[in-house]
Design a protein around this ligand. Structure first.
Ligand SMILES: [Zn+2]
Ligand SMILES: [Zn+2]
Length: 304
């Protein structure tokens, strides 16, 4: 069975864990290495059982933990070529670059992975749909606006993990952030507001959609109640009272959430044979990683 657990989500760091039986894949590594390892341990997962790390984009709140984590655990790193160009000088020598063209679909360790382009001010940000058996999990974070490609790729999901970054009024009233930062956050290559996330969720809420996990909530310009309320109101207006809404906190992991097709199979088992085939179907692999050992200087673009 495909399962997802968010280890932490917010401007302080983003990291999620997706599991299928024996396969465990991290999505981003924006918490410190110590936090990733300790939060994994708190949910009963050893870092040495993780199969790889899939990267959405290079911003610090998604990659900050990579240098130390990869030094301790030289895991395969899956990202696109432009993202690697930004990351490579900051990372320890590794033979585990796995380059995924944005827009490609491939299989990794028994998981089907569709990638798609996301409008955000990073080198080449990606969203994902992860598939296992009949189950489909969508992952969309750090997106300035909804695009036709997103809508096409994210239809027919069982679970959607999506950012609901800010409440429009709280951002407008915020006194900590300069006007230029607010413009960037609310711009077409910034982040999704609660209302934007709710609109997109309603569009994507086919009868199959069972659960929405909201993430990347701004500490200052959003609350769990506001984000959940906006999405709940939008879904209820469409008579969708059956979609569970979960908010992923920044400081602690969520519980495990099964990703399964509706209706459940008679056995409840959606596992497919052939799990754990390593790196099957990857577009390319490159072992020519940089040996750069200078100080890590992350782009400080994540201000919420
Ligand atoms: Zn970002
Ligand atoms: Zn982010």
């Amino acid at each position: 069975m495909l399962q997802v657990l968010i280890l932490g989500s917010g401007s302080s760091g983003n990291c999620a864990l997706v599991c299928t039986g024996k396969t465990r894949l991290l999505i981003d590594a924006g918490l410190s290495a110590g936090q990733i390892i300790s939060r994994l341990a708190s949910v009963g997962v050893g870092m040495d059982t993780v199969s790889g790390i899939l990267i959405t984009h290079e911003h610090g709140d998604h990659c900050r933990g990579l240098p130390v984590l990869l030094r301790k655990h030289p895991l395969p790193l899956l990202c696109n070529a432009l993202t690697r160009e930004v990351l490579r000088d900051c990372l320890p020598a590794t033979r585990h670059w796995n380059i995924i063209p944005n827009g490609s679909s491939f299989e990794y360790a028994g998981l089907g992975i569709d990638t798609f382009s996301v409008p955000h001010d990073a080198a080449d940000p990606m969203g994902f749909v992860l598939r296992h058996g009949d189950s489909a999990l969508g992952i969309l974070t750090d997106a300035g606006h909804a695009t036709p490609v997103m809508r096409q790729r994210l239809k027919n999901l069982d679970t959607l993990f999506i950012e609901a970054n800010y409440d429009t009024q709280l951002l407008s009233n915020d006194t900590k952030r300069p006007w230029s930062t607010k413009q960037r956050i609310s711009g077409r290559h910034g982040h999704l507001s609660n209302e934007q996330a709710a609109e997109l969720i309603v569009e994507l809420a086919t009868a199959r959609l069972e659960r929405v996990i909201l993430g990347h909530l701004s500490r200052d310009c959003n609350t769990t109640d506001l984000a959940t309320g906006a999405v709940r109101t939008a879904l209820h207006q469409r008579f969708r009272h059956d979609v569970e809404i979960v908010c992923a906190p920044a400081a602690v992991p969520t519980s495990w959430h099964p990703v399964r097709s509706r209706p459940p199979t008679a056995t409840g088992n959606t596992s497919a044979p052939g799990d754990d085939s390593p790196r099957k179907g990857l577009a390319a692999a490159d072992s020519s990683a940089s040996t750069g050992s200078g100080p890590v200087v992350w782009r400080q673009l994540e201000l919420l």
